[in-house]
Write a protein that binds this ligand. Structure first.
Ligand SMILES: Cc1ncc(COP(=O)(O)O)c(C=O)c1O
Length: 445
């Protein structure tokens, strides 16, 4: 039998559930022996399954069936099973914030500005909106200019438009080897080639970036210097300076995603402040306020302004007038700053709880944050672990979703934003029990 037919057969077994996510396939020699075929044919069939994204091979440990989600799939486990407890999404919404927002928006709707909101918003917004957002984004010594500000419907739209503005199909874009999955998916959708750049404890490695660019030209990078999703790492000043130098020397553009940076009150200045002509800075209110009450905000380098605005227009991703006016009102009334302070307090409490409860495990927990990164010990594999937690009613995200490139680390992201604290505590106790029990422990349904 041809190796492709053998792969087809195993693919069907995966499709019908006879082979389950996380299940280890028999050693290739045994598989070959059972079928009376050459070991090299078995090897090729296994390689074909890996190539199709249905299985993953790990040196010295064997080949395992992948969870039923291609690496770029999103939003993940909860999409299929909405009743699971949500340790998957980072959607921080405080119980009382609707009341705060309602008070603020009531005033907006009484205003004469309702007339203005009914006209079509453009990516540039108006001069008052640009000024409000420029002031809001000021951080440390960084003072973005109002005429550098533009808007999109969301942070994702801003990232997509920025990627399309700096690269054309076939171009290579450097990503931290673990990255925001939608950014990777949007790059692929634009026909770009995501190139994994290794990270260390300080974030993207500049040496690895140099090597990737030297081996074949990159068109730009996408990077999260502060409170990286998923690893929670924050780049120290020295690394930002090195990265800025690299951008200046090569002329490459970085898309800096600052969407989680509000959680780090003491974070170093944005990468954009070190090299304003080489960085497109992106922020949104999805995490600071709520995913449904957001717009995307971009700070553009003057030389790229027209190019990115054209991309925002051509992709038709300007925010609608109501959303833009509402967000600017929430900012200028001080509500966003107030919520930021409250969310930092909430996130600190949650992450402390996670650090305390998961202390026996290898977790990266920031001082303040809405997610932690859990590295798993052998014999756990990320997808098997997620499957075991799903069995106990808890959703979270396996590392391959975030990974660019091949060998994904054995880790999961645990989001802490959604459940009430007492429920979170109980869920983390289950996660600990699962982790310590090992993959062969029977599930208590
Ligand atoms: C790193 C990162 N950037 C951007 C976004 C999306 O922002 P928005 O909801 O405004 O599109 C997310 C959402 O989870 C994110 O994790």
């Amino acid at each position: 039998m041809d190796y492709r037919q053998l792969a087809d057969q195993m693919a069907r077994d995966i499709e019908t559930g006879r082979l389950k996510p996380g299940q280890q396939l028999p050693p290739q020699r045994r598989y070959a022996w059972d079928r009376g075929i050459a070991v090299s044919t078995a090897s090729r069939a296994y390689a074909e399954l890996v190539r199709r994204g249905l299985a993953m091979g790990e040196v010295g440990r064997g080949t395992f069936v992948r969870a039923k989600m291609p690496p770029t799939s999103w939003p993940g486990v909860l999409a299929d099973s909405p009743s699971l407890l949500d340790l998957e999404r980072v959607w921080p919404i405080l119980p009382h914030q609707s009341r705060m927002i309602a008070d603020c928006l009531r005033a907006l709707l009484r205003d004469a500005s309702l007339d203005a909101m009914q006209t079509l918003a453009i990516p540039e917004g108006d001069s008052q909106q640009r000024a409000i957002v420029a002031r809001f984004l000021r951080r440390n010594s960084w003072q973005p200019q109002a005429d550098a500000i533009t808007f999109a419907g969301s942070g994702r739209q801003a990232i997509g438009a920025a990627l399309a503005a700096i690269a054309k199909p076939g171009d290579r874009i450097g990503f931290e080897a673990l990255t925001y999955p939608m950014a990777k998916a949007m790059a692929l959708q634009c026909g770009l080639v995501p190139v994994p750049i290794e990270m260390d404890e300080h974030g993207m490695s500049v040496a690895a970036l140099e090597a990737a660019h030297a081996s074949q030209r990159l068109a730009g990078i996408y990077v999260q210097p502060t409170m990286h999703n998923p690893t929670t790492r924050t780049m120290p000043v020295e690394r930002r300076i090195d990265l800025a130098r690299f951008l200046e020397a090569t002329g490459l553009i970085a898309i800096e995603d600052g969407i989680y940076s509000y959680l780090e009150a003491q974070a170093p200045p944005p990468l954009a402040s070190y090299t304003p002509n080489r960085v497109i800075f992106i922020e949104s209110l999805s995490k600071r306020v709520a995913p449904g009450m957001s717009v995307g905000m971009l700070v553009l380098p003057p030389p790229l302004y027209d190019q990115v605005v054209l991309s925002l227009r051509a992709r038709a991703v300007a925010p609608n007038g109501l959303a833009l006016a509402a967000v600017c009102r929430l900012i200028s009334d001080g509500l966003v700053d107030e919520l930021t302070v409250q969310k930092r307090a909430d996130a600190t409490q949650r992450v402390r709880l996670a650090a305390e409860m998961l202390a026996p495990l290898k977790i990266s927990a920031p001082g303040c944050g809405y997610h932690v990164w859990l590295e798993l010990d052998d014999p756990w594999r990320a997808e098997t672990f997620v499957a075991a937690c799903v069995k106990r009613g808890i959703a979270m995200t396996a590392a391959p979703i975030f990974h660019v490139g091949r060998a994904s680390p054995n880790a999961v992201r645990i989001a802490l934003a959604s459940p009430p604290l007492a429920t979170l505590r109980a869920a983390l106790a289950v996660v600990l029990q699962v982790a310590l029990g090992g993959p062969d422990a029977p599930a208590t349904e």
